[in-house]
Write a protein that binds this ligand. Structure first.
Ligand code: SF4
Length: 217
């Protein structure tokens, strides 16, 4: 067989697509991050026609280039929650306003083969937007986020995603030094609130773009 890895992931993602649809998510498929950006631009944005758009922290969202292209969009308000040049109060206020946007982009820490999204947040603005507030949510998911079940999802997040994110963000947490979660009491602890999103409510509010590439942590 030629391209066995692509074939493997094609089968896995096709199965996952069906499971997620049964959980009331609307699912799209993209082969690459560039395809995902085009899909958002050419299909999802025209479908939703948002007047305002914002985002929660997501390396996958950044990798698609959508952050840069949306910032220059003139036909919608962009609530930029990534711009750290603004004063701290304005930065926090933008995160609050993002929860009332028409369209909210984010990633997920893990997606199970049973079609659940599992996330762990420091502040909660990302999982807040995923759960309630924005009229529409788009979750961009690289294939590396797929795990068998919730137990494996939580293990992946605590053993890999959280320490690696703490390193990426230059946090002063013990995991940055050891590579292991030490269940710390640090003021910089990035692990504060878990969510398990079992289904989209209302049906179709949460759109998921499955991308056949390894993206994000
Ligand atoms: S609880 Fe603390 S030590 Fe554990 S991963 Fe989170 S920030 Fe790191």
């Amino acid at each position: 067989m030629e391209k066995p890895v692509e074939n493997y992931w094609n089968l896995r993602l096709t199965e996952l697509e069906g499971v997620l649809e049964k959980n009331n998510f609307t699912v799209y498929r993209a082969e690459t991050k560039e395809d995902a950006a085009a899909l958002v631009r050419d299909r999802i944005l025209p479908e939703i026609q948002p007047k305002s758009v914002s985002f929660g922290g997501s390396m996958t969202f950044l990798a698609t280039g959508l952050y840069d292209s949306l910032r220059s969009a003139e036909q919608m308000e962009v609530i930029d929650t990534f711009d750290r040049s603004v004063p701290a109060e304005e930065f926090a206020e933008r995160r609050r306003r993002a929860l009332l946007s028409d369209l909210f982009f984010t990633g997920t820490n893990a997606v199970t083969e049973t079609g659940l999204l599992v996330n762990l947040d420091m502040i909660g603005n990302r999982i807040g937007g995923l759960t309630f507030g924005p009229k529409h949510v788009v979750v961009l998911v690289g294939r590396n986020k797929v795990v068998p079940d919730v137990e494996e999802a939580m293990a992946r997040i605590k053993n890999f995603v959280a320490p690696a994110n703490a390193m990426r963000l230059d946090m002063k947490t013990p995991c940055v030094k050891t590579g292991y979660c030490e269940d710390c009491n640090s003021p910089s602890r990035i692990c504060n609130t878990w969510t398990i999103t079992e289904k989209s409510f209302p049906k179709g509010r949460v759109r998921i773009v499955l991308i056949n590439e390894d993206l994000g942590l």
